[in-house]
Ligand binder design. Structure first.
Ligand SMILES: C[S@@+](CC[C@H](N)C(=O)[O-])C[C@H]1O[C@@H](n2cnc3c(N)ncnc32)[C@H](O)[C@@H]1O
Length: 531
């Protein structure tokens, strides 16, 4: 079926490691995935009422999503497709086991339109897939053409800045010879990370990553053969080039572009600018999830308020209670990909909501209509200097007290206004002042530096200011072209650390050792010296 190298790589990875790894017995209560109901999604995008028997395409469905969408949309016709046949097999068995019979499965490569299912769809779900494609723009543009006129496409992509720790761990794994092709490598990576100091940012990133609990999740996150993140600008450009407009952001309050633009005094910017800014300051801390419509979709329609269809006749039965109890045994969370924290409703809440549906406040999440939930900022504006800025942020800078590459993403936030005055951002103090009410509760404590630029600045304001005044530093091409201060000792220490670990790779050249030294052993230093 597939031709491109990238597709072949992805097929091999997800055939060996069907994702996500969720027990077949894990059952969703019928009201649990309420945010995946087509009527609710259409309502958030103000497309008017959704069809009574909607067509849904889950493009790159993995092993779980078909079941979640089937539970959420009992009257829909669902087509679930993926590049990995073993993933489709698990998803098919799951639907059969839970008696969800309205899902059809098919192997599909999103990079090859000749394999796609026929017809148009009222909802296309493409969650965590496009970052695996060599050409996401073409795939997205063609998917947009498969939407019905009012249709909605829900898209998830990784954020570029907030995911830097994951990308750094991917790099560590690759340098240590760990990959997706060996069944023992997820365990080896897990054991290696557990040996890092408790307050190491990479260990923190690994242990707090929900998917690190199982091997398929470790591969998908840390041993991936080739995924990537998107900045807010890149996501905006991707949607624009596909002929789509963002209509609803699935983000927690401090990740909502409109709301945060108001709070940070960025109302004259675009959604892509604000998202990039939130991500850069690490306050997004979640994936980019957006519902988008075609640019030529009918005008927005705000309907009269109605209760959520899944709750309108919800009677919490004994069966519902048992399902909730079983869900509790699994940690209360299943990958419905809605990111919502109040997703698990207790039976008495369900009962109350069903009774009081017409008396719910206008912005209650279980109420459809009555309000336009769409963003009001312009969707996208280009940042002409972005490529140069990204290059600068990733560059290896040389000199006394060069910014530690392990913290390059923090420095990028500090440097944005400094390097790009044309953006008209206020100076660092003013930016931090604006963050104050929002950033503080998000900051974690036990680290030498904050987890976010805000937290770091609280501890090292003077040093960061000095750094900004000192820039620009010369740049090196790679770790072969630089020496660390005390190079021989640093290399010897790294060699000893790696020799004591259970890793497939045994021989390391100096450049690799130097890079691993920085990633693994300089976490308590904001600056390092490269000569
Ligand atoms: C990170 S998983 C996400 C799975 C699912 N959407 C979810 O959220 O649970 C990525 C999925 O995309 C699929 N995939 C990767 N490249 C693809 C392609 N070119 N065409 C179709 N599916 C692809 C993989 O097989 C895998 O199941």
């Amino acid at each position: 079926m597939t031709t491109s190298t990238k597709s072949r790589e992805m097929q091999a990875q997800y055939a060996a490691w069907p994702y996500p790894q969720v027990p077949l017995l894990a059952a969703l209560p019928s009201t649990h995935p309420w945010e995946l109901h087509v009527s609710w999604l259409w309502d958030r995008c103000s497309s008017g009422p959704a069809p009574a028997k909607p067509r849904i395409w889950i493009a790159g469905c993995g092993t779980f999503q078909p079941y979640a969408f089937a539970v959420a949309n009992p009257h829909a016709e669902i087509v679930a497709t993926d590049l990995s046949e073993p993933s489709l097999d698990v998803a098919r068995r799951r639907c059969r086991w839970h008696r969800q019979r309205h899902v059809r499965f098919a192997p599909v490569d999103l990079a090859d339109e000749s394999t796609w299912p026929d017809g148009t769809f009222d909802l296309i779900e493409c969650y965590g897939v496009l970052m695996n494609l060599a050409d996401p723009t073409t795939a997205l543009r063609r998917m947009a053409q498969r939407l019905t006129p009012g249709g909605v496409l829900r898209l998830m992509l990784y954020p570029h800045w907030s995911r830097q720790r994951v990308f750094q761990l991917q790099r560590v794994a690759r340098l240590c010879g760990l990959g997706a092709d060996d069944r023992s490598h997820p365990g080896q990576l897990r054991r290696f990370v557990q040996k890092l100091p408790k307050a190491h940012p990479l260990r923190y990133a690994f242990t707090t990553y929900a998917d690190s609990k199982n091997d398929a999740g470790v591969v998908d996150g840390f041993l991936h053969k080739g995924d990537r993140g998107f900045t807010g600008f890149q996501l905006g450009a991707l949607l624009r080039d596909a002929g789509m407009t963002p209509a609803y952001w699935f983000h927690r309050p401090w990740g909502q572009p409109d709301r945060m633009a108001e709070r940070l005094d960025l109302q004259d910017r675009s959604q892509s600018f604000v998202l990039n800014y939130l991500d850069l300051w690490h306050e997004l801390r979640a994936n980019l999830v957006v519902c988008a419509r075609r640019d030529d979709a009918p005008a927005r329609v705000v309907q009269a308020p109605t209760p959520h269809p899944l709750f309108a006749q919800a009677h919490p039965s004994l069966r519902h209670k048992l399902r909730l109890a079983r869900l509790g045994l699994l940690g209360g969370k299943l990958p419905t990909r809605t990111g919502d924290e109040h997703l698990v409703l207790r039976p008495q809440q369900v009962r109350a909501l069903a009774k009081r549906a017409d008396a719910l406040p206008q912005d209650h999440p279980l109420l459809l209509g009555g309000k336009d939930h769409g963003p009001t900022l312009p969707a996208h504006e280009d940042f002409a200097g972005e490529a140069r800025f990204l290059q600068h942020a990733a560059a290896l800078r040389v000199g006394q007290r060069a910014p530690n590459p392990l913290y390059a993403h923090l420095f990028a936030a500090f440097e944005l206004a400094h390097l790009h005055p044309e953006l008209g951002l206020p100076d660092l103090e003013a930016q931090v002042g604006k963050w104050l009410p929002w950033a503080d509760p998000l900051e974690e404590r036990p680290f030498a530096f904050g987890l976010t630029p805000y937290g770091t600045l609280q501890k090292l304001r003077v040093n960061v200011r000095e750094h900004l005044e000192r820039e620009p530093l010369p740049v090196a091409t790679d770790y072969g072209a630089v020496r660390l201060r005390g190079d021989a000792t640093a290399l010897a220490r790294t060699r000893t650390l790696l020799a004591a670990a259970d890793l497939p790779r045994r021989d390391f050249d100096d450049a690799t050792l130097r890079e691993l030294f920085v990633l693994l052993m300089t976490h308590d230093r904001l600056f390092v010296t490269f000569e």
